[in-house]
Design a protein. Structure first.
Lengths: 323, 396
């Protein structure tokens, strides 16, 4: 029965891993794009992510208390909530850059890093304070939309809920859009130029400050979308929920090669799959000696191994010259 | 160097002045102030239960401080927020023992916080009466200052597994949260379930708070009759919710950590019909509790969460002990600790008397079933079983 069981759950584990991986990928983009242009880690990005989830839940709860949540088609609700979350997170990321990073642009690189950590703590507690005054709640629950919970049976043991499919499709669409934006448009060329060499880019007539703001806006929007999808998929958020997924997404960005956009996507997927495999299989394979609680240790051990042999990450490039 | 010295000496001087002036200010109004501290999570995911403990103690003090005030003492409540974190609890405990007016601590919610914090109280034999800590280690260390008005997990776990067997569950899957409390009770549940011939097909710890998919996949494949979650509602609720959404049909069960209206607030109809054991029954099960519930609602305009009644009783006992100690005209912490063990109290959770270790001589245990997905109707949960059990006899 054991081998049968192990193989039987495999497709389900892959699906779980993909969902988690796409979410990491979306968040990781924010880290990697900012690193690409500024070469510093925006640790406040985990709060940008969870801020999107909070805006999403507030809108859904608002619709619910107005009694119209069930009346609108779910796809409309979802699109509205996603767009709102993206917009809010993009605005937040833009503001953070303006207030906390731009004045420190020419300071030593550790300084904006400290500033980022400060912003992260500040935002966590601002969200906590606002929610406790506004709703007197710490944990917020995404209202259930019944049609999203319907499960499609693929085989007897494998089924996928609609919302999981929605997460995957939405993530794919956004990753594709971003890829097209960066590689096929003028703005994308400008972003890549700024990442390559800020001074030269500005000599070519590119407004560097505007491009940097744009990078934050795009990264923030992706993070906000991930936040809403996270909320829809897992249901429960609190002001500190962003921290761990943020940390893992950062890891995913490093794994894929920080500064590299396809790398962040790949890194997110690899980390998500590793985590899902470890959580589902560790206790089955070791007879309970190592349980699901070791999933992070397992995933991060693999990460260390990969980085030993490929220090630049999976798709990492040679470190660029910096002007 | 000299600058550091100067700063240190200024600080020392300031501290000395503070120590001298504080008791004098108290004495001016009478014999002094007696403070009762509460330590429970007032912020964070478990604040609903922690707040209940604080308010229960508050109500008891407001209602029962009369005799002490007549004798010339001022009675005050000092709430502390331990955030359900051991390090915060211990840091608070150090502040508490430094405040000489604090005679009793009512707390904590989490055994993992209570155990290290009580080691700090012990330094000064400052009494701690726990309304909620069910882990056996809390009293098994035989500290003279630690007592509790709730039951023990080695009994509660057994009550759970016995009930699971009665429900015709043949296979069970046990999950826990890796804390002293959650893993502790999960261990007791598992051990007794195996003894009773139930098949434990999985035993897993997790600190995950949001994504339970990868853990649920093997559980679904093994399809157990019952899933037991040893932990607290802020983690259990999303777990059970995702389990139902994933299509699991097993019965759900948990310990008293699930006993909060936030369970249904988070998990909604996924947990309707779920069983949980408790060492604190709903107020409706307690004959004397009706007036308590009414007063609580009137004063704080919300329903008492589980353990609010226990906190009320614990505070009532504390005040009785302080009264007994105050007869000599001077209250010491050692004296209060010793008096607590002598108190015979007929409280809202029944008659309370402590044994030599600080366990309640006869504690109440319940098995309840979630009746409604509406969190405001948490009080309607059905009692399916009620037991009065003495703590297990000393092993070794």
């Amino acid at each position: 029965m054991d081998v049968e069981l192990l193989i039987g759950i495999l497709p389900q584990v892959v699906i779980d891993g993909l969902i988690l991986g796409f979410m990491y990928a979306l968040i990781a983009l924010g880290y990697t794009m900012v690193y690409g242009v500024l070469e510093f880690i925006n640790f406040a990005h985990s709060e940008v992510f969870i801020f999107g989830a909070f805006v999403g839940v507030e809108i859904m709860l608002g619709l619910k208390s107005a009694g119209v949540l069930e009346r609108f088609p779910w796809i409309l609700v979802l699109v509205v909530v996603l767009l709102a979350g993206m917009l809010a997170s993009a605005l937040l990321a833009f503001t953070i850059e303006r207030v906390a990073y731009r004045p420190l642009r020419h300071a030593p690189r550790l300084i904006p890093l400290i500033s980022a950590i400060g912003v992260s703590f500040f935002l966590q507690d601002v969200i906590r304070l606002t929610e406790s005054i506004w709703r007197n709640a710490f944990n917020l629950v995404y209202p259930t939309i019944e049609s999203l919970n319907v499960r499609l049976e693929i085989t007897e043991t494998i089924d996928v809920s609609i919302k999981s499919l929605v997460v995957i499709v939405a993530a794919l669409l956004m990753l594709w859009a971003l890829h097209a934006l960066v590689n096929r448009t003028k703005v994308g060329t400008a972003i890549r130029a700024v990442a390559e060499d800020q001074a030269a880019a500005s000599l070519m007539g590119i407004n560097v400050n505007r491009i940097i703001s744009l990078t934050f806006v795009i990264g923030g929007a992706m993070g906000g979308a991930a936040g809403v999808l996270f909320g829809v998929q897992y249901g429960l958020i609190n002001p500190y929920t962003g921290f761990i997924p943020g940390l893992k997404a950062f890891t995913a960005a490093v794994l894929g090669g920080i500064g590299n956009i396809p790398g962040a996507m790949l890194g997110g997927l690899v980390l998500g799959l590793l985590e899902a495999f470890a959580a589902s299989y560790l206790s089955l394979l070791t007879g309970g000696a190592f349980g699901a609680e070791y999933k992070d240790i397992f995933a991060f051990s693999i990460l260390i191994l990969i980085l030993i042999f490929r220090p630049k990450g999976l798709l990492g490039e040679v470190v660029r010259e910096r002007a | 160097m000299t600058r550091t010295l100067r700063i240190v000496s200024i600080l020392l001087l300031a501290a000395a002045v503070a120590v001298v002036t504080v008791p004098m200010a108290g004495d001016a109004q009478g014999k002094g102030t007696i403070k009762v501290a509460t330590q429970s999570p007032l912020s964070g995911g478990q604040a609903a239960l922690g707040e209940g403990i604080k308010l229960g103690a508050q109500l008891a003090i407001d209602k029962l401080k009369g005799p002490l005030e007549k004798a010339g003492w001022k009675v005050e409540l000092v709430p502390f927020d331990d955030q359900a974190k051991p390090d915060v609890g211990v840091a608070n405990a150090k502040n508490i023992i430094a405040d000489k007016d604090i005679m009793v601590v009512i707390g904590h919610l989490n055994s993992g916080v209570a155990i290290p914090s009580s080691e700090v109280y012990k330094e000064q034999t400052l009494a701690m009466i726990s309304p909620a800590n069910t882990n056996p280690t809390v009293t098994d260390r035989k500290l003279p200052n630690v007592s509790r008005v709730c039951g023990r997990d080695d009994v509660q776990g057994v009550v759970g597994s016995e009930f699971a067997k009665g429900q015709n569950a043949k296979s069970v899957y046990v999950i826990h949260d890796k804390t002293a409390y959650g893993q502790g009770i999960a261990d007791f549940f598992k051990a007794d379930a195996e003894k009773k011939g139930l098949k434990v097909i999985g035993f897993e710890g997790t600190e995950e708070k949001s994504n339970f998919d990868p853990i649920l996949t093997p559980i679904k494949a093994k399809n157990p009759d019952l899933i037991y979650f040893g932990g607290i509602y802020d983690q259990g609720a999303p777990f059970f919710k995702q389990a139902r959404e994933k299509g699991l049909k097993s019965k759900f069960m948990g310990p008293d950590g699930m006993d909060s209206s936030d369970l249904t607030k988070i998990a909604g109809k996924a947990v309707v019909g779920m069983y949980y054991t408790s060492a604190a029954g709903p107020a409706s099960a307690l004959p004397k509790a009706k007036s308590f519930v009414d007063e609580f609602k009137k004063k704080f305009s919300k329903n008492p969460e589980p353990y609010a009644a226990e906190a009320y009783d614990a505070t009532a006992i504390a005040l009785k002990a302080v009264e007994a100690a105050a007869k000599s005209g001077k209250v010491t912490r050692e004296d209060v600790s010793a008096q607590i063990r002598k108190v015979k109290h007929s409280g809202i959770t029944g008659d309370i008397e402590f044994d030599g270790k600080g366990d309640r001589k006869k504690a109440l245990y319940f098995v309840l079933q979630v009746a409604n997905e509406d969190p405001t109707k948490w009080g309607d949960n059905k009692i399916v079983k009620q037991l009065t059990i003495a703590p297990p006899a000393e092993k070794k």
